[in-house]
Design a binder for this molecule. Sequence first.
Ligand code: SF4
Length: 413
Amino acid sequence: MSNSLPRSTARLKGLLNGYYQDLEAAAKDPARKVAWCTSAGPAELLSAMGFQTYFPENHGALLGARRLSTNFIAKSNARGYSPDICSYLTADIGAYLSGQTPLKTAYGIEGLPKPDVLVYNTSQCREVQDWFTFYGREYGVPVFGIYSPWKVETPLPREAVSDVARQLERLCEDLAPVAGRRLDCDRLAQVVRYSAESTALWKRFLETARRRPSPITFFDATIHMAPIVVMRGTEAAVDYYAGLLDETREFVDAASAAVPGERIRFYWEGMPNWGKLRFFSNLFSELKACAVASTYCHSWAFEGLDLARPFESLAEANLQVFINRGELYKEGYLKKMVEDYGIDAIVFHEAKTCPYNTNSRFGLPQRLQERYGIPSVTIYGDLCDLRCFSEEQTRTQVEALAEQLAPVSRRAG
Ligand code: SF4
């Protein structure tokens, strides 16, 4: 990986250490409460009600990145959780059943922070409901869900926004007995403000990749995205992303290339293959190809959070995540990203255990090629389960795409 942002990378470790140490302290303190939450929310509401929030998906990604998933997935399979369902879920539950977690060595905590409540949102997939319900049974704590209408197009249906906003309001009532307090609207406004600021800075950081050559890669973004997932409603996240943006701008000003000699610009579509990020980074660098944008990292660039109508705007932000959108929206979004970032081709990652965040199964690559002339390749793998991935096959496919693009990208350069 290019590791072109050393100051921020050094700060990141300290920031995440502080986050996990505080989570552990909260889990041990009877006066404080811990909520486990899905990545797209409703983290802001939970923070505003005084909960420290923990994200099992982030744990799944860590298990994948450290290549610890395979044995843990087998543990889950033995408990009846299929090898075909989300490998974040199976790796995470398997790690729990084994009594192991890389959080101990990564952040010096004793183990998972015991939850007082679990809250999921189905805007991303149905798996999260079963995942969180498992832990609800294990820990004997309540589980609440927000049920989001799926596959919404533009404009967002008002009845869908209203439905989710009312569910969020109801959730506050359900959470009050666990939190030992009611929602503090001033505190919610402050959390939403920090969330809006940090996600706006995150978006501006990602947008630096519009420059040619790009100062960052998709792989850099996967390293720096942890705070936007786990800490986005905090002042610390705002400070972190302001510093990250400043540092990246220095590279922009110096016309520094994340991939020296950049001649091809890729878009990464779908989940990261966490255990193979270095393989892809090296492969793309060999081909002088830079992955300049991705659906995954841009999914946390929430827009439109509005202090004046926090429930509605949180509902909108939640409903309009890419994974929850209809095919027409997705087609238009990808076309615009290709234009905005000067992308030569899309790499579709077909993740075996995440059909929800895989967009190559219903003809979208073919429509983008036929309607707009956007080339692509579909590679096969998974987010955590390395048994689904072949380096040789993938290398052959990506090299063939680069070869096909070479004359085009030479003209563009
Ligand atoms: S969206 Fe995919 S990776 Fe995320 S929890 Fe759902 S199935 Fe797992």
